[in-house]
Design a protein. Structure first.
Length: 441
């Protein structure tokens, strides 16, 4: 039985998780801490007003202390991230604080859609394990025609017209560490390499449909979904409240989904069970997980996630900071570990993926000699907006030694990845061509 099939049932999920993770070498003590961090031992689902969670994931006001560090026991098989429910095998994930980055090499052969068990997790706090039968979504605000909030259950949403679409979710800071390793610039935030991205088939109801049923007023301009995870407390102790970020009505009515399935299964706990917002092509923070409340407003809305974060600050950026970030940028990655070793003189098939928030990826060029020569890679997927394309190319390293691989995508808007990304203090939207070191032996 899959995780998602069990996701509705807290007791059975706990049994499944404990059994599966123990088989991978997680000690019972660590497992219990992990379950506590995920709220699995609590009697009631986490709700708005639930305790705050420290930015470093070490403490929570109600004693739901987070598990941290490496799992004890087995042969370094599974890592533990504070508050992440699913197992994080080391061949698939790098744990970064409360987050888990997918290793790009682990995507080789996985198909267009990233399996949920390999999909990266970006949690400001901890995954709340919510009971889908008790879950409700409240839509409220002066942007509705009626004065009263409107409430939807999961069954209500499932009775509405169904929409399915393939889309990536990518953190705005994906590739952040490359500002430092490639461009020598210091930036703040989680030091992702390129694996804070995944593509899935999402199924749910259009947000436009739900807003219409809730009685959307023609004077509404912004909507703000809020997550049911714990309030976020920054490293300096400031409580920023629940994760929430406004969307302009134009986007909300366009292609945004309230998704309840991922790759044909109910959303897993770490990815927003029972319902998340899915904002195709936009930075990941817009896709609020565990959504419980949507404010509809006749005035622009603000939260720290569109004022202090997810804007471009620093030299060369607009004075006072850029407008709130919306679309993702253009990127490519090889499905190879960093510093991979390959056999000299042998024929290799290099594989990778490219994606863009602006248009579909139409072309990918690859260099195996540090950028001196380029040739076109073969695309394995039809260009599709908000998705990625898989590509491959042959390579025979003639002699032993170090090599630098580069992949450069061009999208249907005509944009090509640049050699450098203009820096910004928080390290968002890295889009430069990445220099990927390998060694032929
Ligand atoms: N929604 C809530 N409620 N809490 C969060 O911490 N993280 C956001 C977004 N939605 C977040 C959230 C960020 S920054 C990203 S990149 C995506 O979720 C990650 O989605 P995933 O964990 O399903 O990969």
């Amino acid at each position: 039985m899959s995780l998602s099939e069990l996701a509705y049932d807290r007791r059975r999920l706990r049994q499944w998780l404990a059994g599966d993770a123990r088989a991978d070498g997680v000690a019972r003590r660590d497992m219990l801490r992990l379950l506590a961090a995920a709220g699995l031992t609590a009697a009631a689902p986490v709700a708005l007003g639930s305790p705050a969670f420290a930015a470093d994931g070490t403490a929570a006001a109600d004693g739901t202390a987070a598990a941290g560090g490496r799992a004890a026991g087995g042969a370094s098989a599974v890592a533990v991230a504070p508050g992440i429910v699913k197992p994080l095998p080391e061949e698939w994930f790098t744990v970064r604080g409360t987050n888990a980055e997918t290793k790009f090499a682990a995507l080789a052969g996985t198909g267009l859609h990233t399996p949920a068990d390999r999909f990266f997790v970006r949690n400001h706090t901890a995954t709340p394990v919510l009971d889908a039968r008790a879950w409700t979504l409240t839509v409220r605000g002066d942007g509705l025609r009626g004065a009263r909030p409107v409430t939807f259950t999961l069954d209500d949403l499932k009775r509405l017209p169904v929409t399915t679409r393939t889309a990536f979710v990518e953190c705005a800071g994906n590739g952040r560490s490359l500002f430092t390793t490639q461009q020598g610039q210091s930036v703040t935030g989680t030091a992702w390499t390129l694996g804070a991205v995944g593509t899935a088939e999402w199924r749910g109801v259009r947000l436009a449909e739900v807003l219409r049923r809730a009685g959307l007023s023609h004077r509404a301009v912004d909507v703000m979904p809020t997550g049911l995870d714990a309030e976020y407390v920054t490293a300096d102790g400031t409580n920023l409240g629940h994760v929430r970020r406004p969307l302009p009505l134009s986007k909300a009515l366009d292609d945004v989904l309230l998704a309840y399935e991922m790759n044909g299964e109910p959303l897993p706990p770490d990815h927003g069970h029972p319902v998340r917002v899915l904002v195709p092509s936009w930075i990941g923070i817009a896709s609020v997980k565990w959504v419980g409340d949507i404010e509809v407003s006749t005035r622009p809305l603000y939260s720290p996630w569109n004022t202090d974060f997810y804007r471009l600050f620093g030299d060369g950026q607009p004075a006072g900071g850029s407008a709130p970030l919306t679309r993702q940028t253009l990127k490519s990655a090889f499905e190879l570990p960093w510093d991979a070793t390959v056999a000299a003189g042998a024929e290799h098939r290099l594989t990778g993926r490219s994606w863009s928030g602006a248009g579909a990826v139409a072309r990918v060029d690859v260099s195996t000699d540090g950028g001196a020569h380029w040739h076109r890679a073969r695309l394995h997927d039809a260009p599709r907006r908000a998705s990625w394309v898989r590509w491959s190319t042959g390579w025979r390293p003639s002699a032993p030694g170090p090599y630098t691989l580069l992949a450069r995508a061009t999208d249907t808007t005509g944009r090509t990845q640049p050699d450098r990304t203009a820096p910004n203090t928080q390290g968002y939207l890295f889009d430069a061509v990445v220099r990927h070191p390998v060694r032929a032996v």
